[in-house]
Design a protein around this ligand. Structure first.
Ligand SMILES: [Zn+2]
Length: 213
């Protein structure tokens, strides 16, 4: 008897590792220390979350010629001319608010916690030595990079995808940049609406951002 391997649909490009959850928990502790005014503890925890294992997990997904971002098949992705593409190019702030109401602060593909860039910049401002954010991957804080919230067009914008809540889902950096402009079908990915969002208390550290003067 010959067994034929059949690629089964999957929910994400790469399964997350436990170190990501640990790092997110440490960021919560750093946020709590910051709010208590204990900046030295916050700084130490922020340094601890600049974790090489987390950095490697992400960079293996979005890096060049990675096995994780190599499609299983190629379909026609002829882009529309720029003038024929939907406007606006990105989800508006109002649409992003609706996206967070639906998706919370977890990636809709791999379910890891995410943090908006605006919140990360708050920590960069207060802890510039612990939260580095240079112009290249190697100079960016590992966990803030890994948990970087993205507003991902499921049907790529260049192929006529709109920036409405029906087509834009909250994702992490690995799931957004790993897939790039490919279609879900090219990776055998299940549409995120077909699996449940993660429900949890993680708020993307928004409480720190909101408490800021
Ligand atoms: Zn993800």
């Amino acid at each position: 008897m010959t067994l034929v391997a059949v690629a089964s649909p999957r929910t994400c490009l790469r399964q997350p590792i436990p170190e990501i959850e640990t790092a997110a928990e440490r960021l919560e502790h750093a946020a709590a220390a910051h709010l208590r005014g204990n900046k030295s503890v916050a700084e130490e925890l922020l340094r601890l979350t600049d974790d090489k294992i987390v950095w490697t997990w992400l960079n293996e997904v979005w890096g060049k010629a990675s096995r994780y971002n190599t499609p299983v098949r190629l379909l026609d992705r002829t882009p529309l001319p720029p003038e024929a593409r939907c406007k606006p190019r990105d989800a508006t702030p109002a649409t992003k608010r609706l996206i967070h109401q639906r998706d919370g602060y977890y990636c809709r593909f791999c379910k890891i916690p995410v943090i908006r860039g605006e919140v990360r910049r708050y920590f960069q401002l207060h802890y510039p030595d612990a939260v580095c954010w240079g112009s290249t991957n190697t100079k960016q804080h590992a966990t803030f990079q890994c948990l970087w919230a993205q507003y991902d067009h499921i049907l790529p914008h260049a192929m006529g995808g709109t920036s409405s809540i029906e087509n834009v889902y909250l994702t992490c950096a690995a799931c957004n940049y790993g897939r790039g402009n490919y279609l879900l079908e090219e990776f055998d990915l299940v549409h995120p609406s077909e699996h449940s969002p993660r429900i949890g208390r993680w708020d993307g550290l928004e409480h720190v951002f909101q408490a800021a003067p």
